[in-house]
Design a protein around this ligand. Structure first.
Ligand SMILES: [Cu+2]
Length: 338
């Protein structure tokens, strides 16, 4: 009896170590690119150790019993009858209870650590929309940079203040580990301190409609100097764009996420391409044909459901509450797409 316990005990430990080494070497996680990632990975590692041990604890005695205590040829005796074991049952209730409580405590401490506030954090406003992202940086001299790329300086905490234009989305960059929902009508926050320069991708982790899969945008972590250079360049572009109607229109379109559905180069999308849109003869679902002039485009933006382009779905395009000047700017921009 004693002998079996010793053998099983040794096998459990050997098996647990092998499973842990195996799982650890597969590289289940992408590269660690934020301080939050190291916190989370520390916790995850602890859980993999517990899982490896528990798996071995169950499977090794099971397989050992199957082999060592199998019925021998010619053995027709009955197995030993047992009436339960109170000591064993108390042990396997109390012990896991403490383990689970310990993990809950460590998890709470760890969660708090990933949310540690740096008062110097840079604030970026994030909007999620079907099916794109926009990132608005803090204004500099009255100019605001809005981009569909998230640029971050390495080593500096960023506070993402996030909301959604339509349905619930979820901000997720696997290399940063942390994830947060974007909810219409509410602002949710996520703090990230990038630690590794590189190009990553934000993707939406909440099934949000037809093109959910394509809701991806670049996330670029660079040195502070490269970030500043990018910012200066973007500010210059914003400044220049604000001088002309088509420039303002293009900026507005970028900030509103229209390009999630409308291409500007003729490629197909959720909505019709804007290439050569102005002056185009547009066939509608009711069989009529309209010329895409100022009035038609104006109506298409204010009341998208009034006329539906043949081959496209009604209801997909949200109505936009722009001023007449803003719409005139957008039309000026669309006119340049030839
Ligand atoms: Cu989404």
């Amino acid at each position: 009896m004693q002998r079996h316990f010793v053998i099983v005990g040794i096998l459990v430990i050997v098996m647990a170590v092998l499973i842990y080494i195996g799982l650890d070497s597969v590289g289940l996680m992408p590269v660690q690119a934020s301080t939050q990632a190291s916190d989370i990975d520390w916790m995850w590692n602890l859980e993999v150790i517990a899982m490896s041990f528990l798996f071995a604890l169950i499977v090794v005695p099971l397989v050992y019993s199957l082999i060592v205590f199998r019925r021998r040829e010619g053995d027709t005796t009955d197995a030993e009858h047992m009436e339960g074991n109170t000591k064993l049952e108390i042990t396997w209730t109390i012990l896991p209870l403490f383990v689970v409580m310990a993990f809950a405590y460590l998890g709470a401490v760890n969660l708090a650590e990933t949310r540690r506030v740096d008062p110097e954090a840079m604030v970026v406003n994030v909007t999620g929309l079907q099916w794109s992202w926009t990132f608005e940086y803090p204004p500099v001299n009255g100019l605001t940079v809005v981009s569909d790329e998230l640029h971050l300086p390495v080593g500096k905490q960023v506070l993402l203040r996030m909301t959604s234009n339509d349905v619930i989305h979820s901000f997720w960059v696997p290399e940063f580990r942390v994830k947060q929902d974007l909810v219409p009508g509410r602002i949710t926050e996520l703090r990230i301190t990038p630690t590794l320069e590189g190009n990553y991708k934000v993707r939406c982790a909440e099934l949000c409609g037809t093109a959910h899969y394509s809701m991806e945008k670049p996330v670029i972590v660079s040195s502070q100097a490269d970030f500043d250079a990018w910012m200066t360049e973007q500010l210059a572009l914003a400044e220049e764009a604000s001088q002309t109607p088509e420039g303002r229109g293009e900026a507005l379109v970028a900030a509103s996420g229209c390009v999630a559905c409308h291409s500007t180069n003729g490629s197909p999308g959720i909505g019709p391409t804007w290439l050569n849109l102005f002056g185009r003869q547009e066939a509608l679902t009711d069989g009529s044909v309209v010329t895409a002039d100022e009035a038609y485009i104006h109506e298409s933006i204010r009341a998208p459901q009034a006329k539906i382009v043949a081959g496209f779905e009604n209801q997909l395009m949200p109505a936009y509450d722009f001023t007449d000047e803003q719409i005139a700017d957008i039309i000026a921009y669309i006119k340049t797409l030839k």
